[in-house]
Design a protein around this ligand. Structure first.
Ligand code: NAI
Length: 468
């Protein structure tokens, strides 16, 4: 590589960094994208969103074959799972997608540099490559998009075999006998679901009294009930005291919500208690990039860090640690760099937990809405049990909840049910346009579709539901 000066040097090729690179290239900038890993796509594509969804889909089919096919009149006998084949399929999905990102970089004229980058002062970035260190110079901006890594608990350190993070829980070579999951967050519930569906006993230990505190209470309660019905066991409000590993087994010691001590014997422990920004070796301090009280990179409204010419996005900075949030920030960063009004609407960022049924949300919970808008709040609910498409598919669990405020404006939508991850997009669009429940209610929805449940919940918020 001969060229070392670019308009922008982006560090980290996850959804934040690679999308920023594409948008910047589209806007005419000459971009270098530096990545330490062998493949592009970051945590999301390699060891996060995509592989977990591949396993969720495989295990969902397995569960359907075991429990639901018979009701459709389909006899297949007892299904068997070939874990190595399931994992191989997952790897293929990941490979195809990461190769796709590499192609996108080529197509957009982005220079990809493999190596570990560090800020080297001013507008310079040093990159340790396999062939030695090189130095890059950015004419306009350096963008930090290095993402996050799993939080490790000192009394339950990862050993990569028995006590693992999500990365290894996506690669188990057999179904664990008993998997203890520490943390009932996104990862714990999704990967706990995968291995439970395939036959593992799964116990989830969570320090808070309920699952997913950012979710609407009704959704969180309904999800807890559904997962319990699927056989997941929960120790809510429990304190993890420690994990002892002997040979291939572990003892997880907890203090339960009622104050009694318990020791859970298991063969795998997944610790999923959150992620932390990854900035090791980036040279932030020397470069004058300050962190906030939670050790995230401090930025202003336009993603500028405290070091001139250095910006940051994604899991490194404030806000939810979600791939799509990082992507939006990457686009906004590039547009701001081009003098355009790049903007992210943080009030309309959806969240999805890919359990069965799925739980998806955007905006305020009912409790938050009532705290802010008191009597102006209206809530409309519609159950999938009354939706024709859901009935036909045999997926009638769950509901849509639309929360509106002054002048009927949509403040939040919470969906617990089949394909909630897809249905929430309509709600996000409504909120992005400052829409009302009436706007959703007056929009013609195809029949029969699951999306009619969103329309009916909006109608319910207006007091004129049709099918309930
Ligand atoms: P999380 O923040 O979603 O959940 C962690 C859970 O662990 C919380 O409920 C917390 O109360 C609990 N916890 C913390 N310390 C504990 C302790 N000592 N004992 C017991 N429980 C404890 O974090 P998670 O699941 O690790 O996911 C990390 C990030 O990855 C999240 O920020 C999430 O946004 C993202 N992610 C998103 C997915 C999606 O969009 N579907 C899927 C997977 C991850």
């Amino acid at each position: 590589m001969t060229k070392t000066t670019f308009d922008a040097v982006i560090i980290g090729a996850g959804p934040g960094g690679y999308v920023a690179a594409i948008r910047a290239a589209q806007l005419g900038f000459d971009v270098a994208l530096v990545e330490k890993n062998a493949t592009l796509g970051g945590t999301c594509l390699n060891v996060g969103c995509i592989p977990s969804k591949a396993l969720l889909d495989s295990s969902e089919l397995f569960a359907m074959a075991a429990h639901d096919f018979a009701s459709h009149g389909i006899e297949v006998g007892e299904p068997k799972i070939d874990v190595p084949r399931m994992i191989a399929r997952k790897r293929k999905v990941v490979e195809e997608l990461t190769r796709g990102i590499a192609m996108l970089m080529k197509k957009n004229g982005v220079t990809v540099i493999r190596g570990r980058a560090r800020l080297a002062g001013g507008m310079r970035v040093a990159v340790a490559t396999d062939d030695g260190e090189i130095e890059l110079e950015a004419r306009k901006n350096i963008l930090l998009a290095t993402g996050s890594v799993p939080v490790e608990l000192p009394f339950a350190p990862f050993d990569g075999r028995v006590v693992v993070s999500s990365t290894e829980a996506l690669e188990f070579d057999r179904v664990p006998e008993h998997l203890v999951v520490v943390g009932a967050g996104f990862i714990g519930l999704e990967l706990g679901s995968v291995w439970r569906r395939l036959g593992a006993r799964v116990t989830v230990v969570e320090m808070l009294p309920k699952l997913l505190p950012m979710m609407d209470d009704e959704v969180s309660d309904a999800l807890t009930k559904a997962l319990r019905k699927q056989g997941l066991e929960f120790e809510l409000g429990a304190k993890l005291e420690g994990v002892r590993v002997t040979n291939e087994r572990a003892t997880v010691e907890i203090t339960k919500a009622d104050g009694t001590r318990a020791a859970i014997e298991c063969d795998r422990v997944l610790v999923a208690v959150g992620r932390r920004p990854f900035a090791e070796g980036l040279g932030l301090e020397a470069a004058g990039v300050e962190l906030d009280e939670r050790r995230r990179v401090k930025i202003d409204d336009e993603f500028r860090t405290t070091a001139p010419g250095v910006s940051a996005i994604g899991d490194l900075v404030r806000g939810p640690m979600l791939a799509h949030k990082a992507e939006e920030e990457g686009v906004a960063w590039a547009e701001i760099l081009a003098g355009q009004p790049g903007h992210v609407n943080y009030d309309a960022i959806p969240g999805v937990v890919y359990t069965w049924p799925e739980a998806a949300y955007v905006g305020l919970t009912e409790r938050e809405a009532r705290e802010r808008y008191a009597d102006a709040v209206k809530v409309g609910k519609f159950a999938f049990a009354a939706n024709g498409r859901a009935k036909a598919a045999g997926e009638r669990e769950g509901f849509v909840k639309v929360i509106t405020g002054p002048r009927g404006r949509v403040l939040g939508v919470h969906i617990f049910g089949p394909r909630a991850s897809e249905l929430v997009a309509e709600a996000v669009l409504a909120m992005e346009f400052g829409g009302t429940a009436e706007d959703i209610a007056r929009t013609c929805h195809a029949h029969p579709t699951l999306s009619e449940a969103v329309k009916e919940a909006a109608l319910a918020a207006e007091g004129r539901v049709i099918h309930s």
